[in-house]
Structure formats: C-alpha cells, structure tokens
Design a protein around this ligand. Structure first.
Ligand SMILES: Nc1ncnc2c1ncn2[C@@H]1O[C@H](COP(=O)(O)OP(=O)(O)O)[C@@H](O)[C@H]1O
Ligand SMILES: [Mg+2]
Length: 631
C-alpha cells in the first residue's frame, strides 16, 4: 500500500506545480523571477551548481555527479568550467555541440543520463521551472512572441534578452486562435520528461539508407494536407523530430560520428545560428544543449577527414577518461554488481579491490621519474600517503601525460568476466584469485588488446596477485591476533609485573615454584624494541608507564592494555611477530590436532563475524595463506 500512496502523493505534487496563464500573466511572473527565462544551457549549469560545490586545493568538486560518476572529479570540473559555465553566460561555446570523448565504457552514457534525469527533476523545482507556449509541439519559449522591434524595450524594462524568432506554427496560431493579441496567448509550465518527449531527446543513427532526416526535424503529415490545403501550412507539419522535442532542454546524439553527413549539416546550422530548417518553413529557432559522444579512434578519423572541417570547429571536445583511482574503481564495480543479476553471490573481501588494482595498472602511463614505479603511482593517485611524496608530486605526476586514462581495461570487461565465471562454474562465492584467473584467461579473447599490451597486462595480473598475497597474509594474522585477545592481556600483565619489579629494584616470585627471580630483561626488551624504545630510553619509558598506572589507580580506573597507545602497539606487534609461526603451522597442517582445529575454527569465526567473509571464503583464505607461508 505504501507504494500506491507514494504514487498518489506524487500525482498531487505534480498537480500543485502546474501553472497556466496568459502571456501577460507570464510577464508578471518574470518581473519577480526573471531567471525563469533562462536559456537551456544556463538551466543545465544552474542545476549542476545547485547540488553543491566543494572547493579544496584549487579544485572545485561538483556534487551533482557524486552518486553516479566516480573518480572523475577533474574531468567534471573541466566540463563545468569550460563548457557549462561559459555557455550559461551566452558565450560562444554555447553554440557548439558538446562532444564527450573517451574510451569505451568509461561513463559517457552514464554522464548523459545523469544530466537527463537531473533536468527532469530540476524542472520540477522553482529555480529550474520552464514555461512554454501552450499547445506548441516544440514547447516554444513564450518570449518569442515579443516582436523583434520591441525586444530592445523589453530588455530595458525586464533585463532579459530575447533570442530566436517565433516559429511558423505559432505565428499562424497567434493570428488564427488569438486574433493577433499576443498578450492573450496561453502559456503553461512544462516538466521535462524523456518518456513523454518533452525537453529531452535522443537520436541514434540507424541504417543510413533508411534513416530519415524527419527523425531529427519532423515531417509533413500527409493525412492533413487536404485539410489545410498546402504542404507549406505549418499545421500540416509534425514537429516531432528529436530536435523539436528537445527544444528548451537537451538532445543526446548517440554515435554522432557514425552518422550520415546530411544529419550533421542540420546540426551545423542549429549550433551556429540557433535554428534549423524543417520542411518548407523559415528557419526554426531552437534553444537546446546538444551532447554527443565518441571514442578517440573515431574522433581522430573524423578530424582527419577534410570534409568535416566546418563541423569540427562547431564542436567542443571534452575528455571523459577512465577513472584512475583504485578505491573509486571498486565503487564502480560494486555499483555495477548491485545492478546486475549476480548481486546475491558472495564476493570475498578484497576481491574487487584486487581486480581494480589490475585495471588501474593497465590504464596508467609510466612516470618519467625513476623514483616512481607504477605501483607507487597507483597508490599516490588513490590518495595514499607515501613517505617522501607530497600532493605537489601527485599533481606533477598527473601533468606528465595528457592522455592518461584514455586506454586500458574497461569496467564492463571486469564485470563480464566475474559474472561469466560465476555462471559457468555455478559458484555461490568468488574470491580474488578466481577473479584474477578469469581476467587473465579472458585477455586472449578481448577484442581490442594488442599482443604487446597483453604481455604488459599479464605482468599487471602478477603484480595484483602479489598485492593480494600481502593483503591476505595481514588479514589472517589480524584474525589470529583477535582470537589471541587473551594472550595480549597475559603478555601485558607479564610485562607490567616485570616493569614494576625493575623500577622498584625488587624481585619477582615464580607463581609455580615460588622461587625468587630477577626481572626478565629479555622479555621487556623484546616488547619495547617493537616500537623503537632504545636501551637508553627504556628506563624513562618504564617509569612513565608506572606513573600512568598509579594515575589510573587514583581515579579508580582499571589500567589495561588499551590504556596506553604505544604500549598497545608494542604488544600487538610482538604478538604478530610471535604469531607468524603459529599461523604458518596452524594454517598449513593437513591433519590439525585438536588444539589447532579449535584455533582454526576461532579464526574462521572471526573472519566471518568481523571481516565480511563467509565460512567457505574464510577457509579458502586460510588455506591460501598457509600455502603462502610455507613457500
Ligand atoms: N567513472 C565512472 N563512474 C561510475 N560508473 C562508471 C564509471 N565508468 C564506467 N562506469 C560504469 O561502467 C558502465 C559503462 O559505462 P557507460 O556510461 O555505458 O560508458 P560509455 O558510454 O562511455 O561507453 C556503466 O555501468 C557505468 O556505470
Ligand atoms: Mg555509451
């Protein structure tokens, strides 16, 4: 019932937003809210800006893209600053087609969809509201009604500049329906919707022989010619091409460069003059953002062709490269998996991260700096802090290559490999090793990988594998330490007893034999050395701990091994070091004894409860680490 209620609420909400009035009434609205008359480009820019902008380190991050586009902050900043913003201010770039150029599956379509969905929503807000001549198939801007000789006066009075002339259809309607009284022409608020073909259009080329320019600019409605007498009567024309429908909003031109030239020439006029030719009419003014997308190879061959020169200068090319950050790539996979039919399969922790490492490595270009190998570069790009490198170094690295991120492995390949492995082997869970293997096996049949690249990529598979080995070892040790919580406490108590005796120049008593013992110097040092306490500093360190203990005691608080940051670190490290052998033996014995079995079960339980494994992936991990430690 909840969803039905929501549907009803939404309908009521839409009903409330509706507005209809005469042109005269619309002008009253404009007096208070002149921004309602903004251009399509300006609306897009304001929509992006209204989601919020974060400024840091000379960069602006536009939050509008946050939920859908990961790791492309800089490309999005460029897009907004170099296209949307100047276009919104009616600068010349507005008249150019926005051509998104980037490698396959790099998020171009995702970006365009985000803009479309964003506009649909934004036109429901106060700031993004759009008004149009009622009953016009192109949702024409009501301000076109103002005759050109009065536009200067209008601008003086309202501060709004009017561009574009009234369409043939509305010119005729003003005469026939309103007797020439433009102030009576009905105006309504419209809401963009791709489904309803309002303000958002999509054109994708099909077979050039059968595709008709009508798909773009509309066509004559032959059934009505008899009624209206002539083909040049605008009422006998259907303004239902994508360019018509997208007026006031945006049109996506898919695969633009694959398109027949005659389609492109229409765009040329539209972008240059803000109008296009349809049927036998005077030019039709349109105000819309045209977005196309292409890959680099297609683009290169397009500009190499002299015939395309005129068009070339009418486009503004914005790169949409691959993401180059491991953690963002992981998010991309998580999103794609959530939207896929493998979302219920258990994916062992670190699996996607390791796959992402491989993918990012294939996208990076080698640095000229000798001190930076590709793994370091990968870490620095992902925001890790590495000793000896600053933010400035990272900025410099990014500037070394202009076209980084334009090639390499695409996210779809990774997801396809993961799902096909899962489906083929009927797996219910998958781990990093399965995925690396599957990525490797797929390289041979990947359409666009040269044999040279393949060699490089195989190296990256082994690099990613080595990274995984380290991650896996740490993970298991951590799980052992956790189940060794008691050992930590015991070790600590033992250490403190010795420290106390040492500071008080006293002896310890062996709990079993009752024998008197000197403080165990070797034990104390083996712990202190873990955190670099020198021989000279040990006395001060031990005294400091005793002071801390008595301070705790005075306040009636219990001192435990968590109470002293450095001591805790030392204890953990010591346990880790001692553990190595335990882990090695426990994880690799084929026939564990009762004690070992108990330990293994504890560790598996920890991995499941605390680290996101299920019992089968946890057991696999243990087995793998066991084999690693015995190499
Ligand atoms: N930077 C990115 N951020 C978020 N998702 C991405 C990114 N790059 C690729 N994707 C995902 O990869 C898939 C392919 O992207 P798509 O937009 O169709 O690419 P393109 O149109 O460039 O070929 C989509 O599921 C998309 O969500
Ligand atoms: Mg696409």
């Amino acid at each position: 019932m909840d969803i039905l209620k929501k549907i009803q609420d939404h309908r009521e909400y839409e009903e409330e937003l509706k507005w209809e009035g005469t042109f005269a009434e619309y002008l009253e609205l404009l007096r208070e809210r002149p921004y309602l008359a903004q251009s399509a480009h300006s609306r897009v820019y304001n929509m992006v800006k209204s989601a919020g902008v974060e400024e840091a380190h000379d960069h602006k991050r536009y939050k509008f893209f946050d939920d859908d586009i990961y790791g492309l902050d800089e490309a999005m900043e460029k897009l907004v600053e170099e296209y949307f913003h100047p276009a919104a201010r009616r600068l010349d770039v507005r008249k150019r087609i926005l051509l998104l150029m980037g490698p396959v599956s790099g998020g171009k379509s995702t970006l365009v969809n985000l803009l479309k969905r964003g506009l649909e929503e934004y036109t429901h807000t106060d700031e993004g509201a759009v008004f149009a001549i009622k009953g016009c198939p192109m949702h024409e801007d009501p301000l076109h009604l103002i005759p050109s000789h009065l536009r200067k006066d209008f601008q003086d009075e309202y501060g709004i500049r009017v561009e574009g002339s009234l369409s043939p259809l509305n010119t005729m309607r003003v005469e026939t329906e309103y007797g020439g009284r433009i102030e009576d022409v009905l105006v309504e608020r419209i809401f963009f919707s791709e489904d309803k073909r309002t303000g958002i259009g999509t054109f994708s080329p099909s077979d050039p022989k059968s595709q008709d320019i009508a798909d773009l600019t509309g066509s004559i409605d032959f059934s009505t010619i008899a009624q209206f007498g002539s083909e040049s009567d605008p009422r006998a024309y259907r303004f239902d091409g994508e360019l018509n429908k997208a007026n006031r909003g945006m049109m996506e031109f898919q695969e633009m460069l694959k398109c027949d030239e005659k389609f492109l020439w229409h765009l040329l006029s539209l972008t240059q003059e803000g109008n296009f030719k349809a049927g036998r009419f005077a030019l039709i003014s349109a105000d819309e953002l045209i977005v196309a997308h292409t890959n680099e190879a297609e683009y290169r061959s397009f500009i190499a062709n002299k015939k395309n020169e005129a068009l070339h200068s009418r486009m503004i090319v914005m790169p949409v490269p691959y993401n180059l950050k491991v953690s963002q790539e992981e998010r991309i996979y998580e999103k794609m998996i959530r939207e896929s039919d493998i979302r219920d399969v258990h994916i062992a922790p670190h699996t996607l991260r390791v796959a992402a490492m491989f993918t990012i490595l294939t996208r990076l270009k080698e640095s000229k700096k000798a001190s930076i190998d590709v793994l370091k570069k990968m870490r620095l790009y992902d925001g890790e802090i590495l000793e000896g490198f600053s933010d400035v170094d990272v900025e410099e690295l990014k500037k070394e290559h202009g076209d980084e991120g334009m090639s390499g492995i695409d996210p779809r390949y990774v997801i396809n490999r993961i799902s096909s492995t899962i489906i083929k082997k009927e797996l219910t869970s998958i781990n990093a090793l399965d995925v690396l293997r599957s990525l490797k096996d797929g390289l041979g049949s990947h359409a666009s990988i040269s044999s040279e690249d393949k060699e490089r990529y195989l190296d990256f598979i082994s690099l990613a594998r080595k990274e995984y080995d380290e991650i896996a070892k740490k993970e298991v040790q951590k799980a052992f330490v956790y189940s060794y919580e008691e050992s930590a406490v015991t070790l600590m108590d033992n250490y403190l007893d010795n420290v106390e005796a040492y500071c008080n120049k006293a002896k310890l008593r062996d709990p079993l034999t009752g024998e008197e013992l000197n403080p165990d110097e070797r034990l104390m040092r083996s712990i202190e050395e873990q955190i670099g306490v020198s021989e000279n500093a040990k006395k001060a360190f031990r005294e400091e701990i005793l002071i801390r203990i008595s301070a705790y005691a005075r306040k009636g608080k219990k001192f435990d091994y968590q109470s002293h940051e450095r001591l805790r670190e030392a204890i953990q490290k010591k346990l880790f070091a001692d553990l190595k052998d335990v882990v090695k033996i426990t994880t690799s014995t084929k026939t564990p004894d009762e004690q070992q079995l108990k330990k293994i079960n504890e560790v598996v339980a920890t991995l499941v409860d605390e680290h996101g494994y299920n019992s089968s992936s946890a057991n696999e991990l243990l087995k793998y680490v066991g084999s690693l430690l015995n190499r």
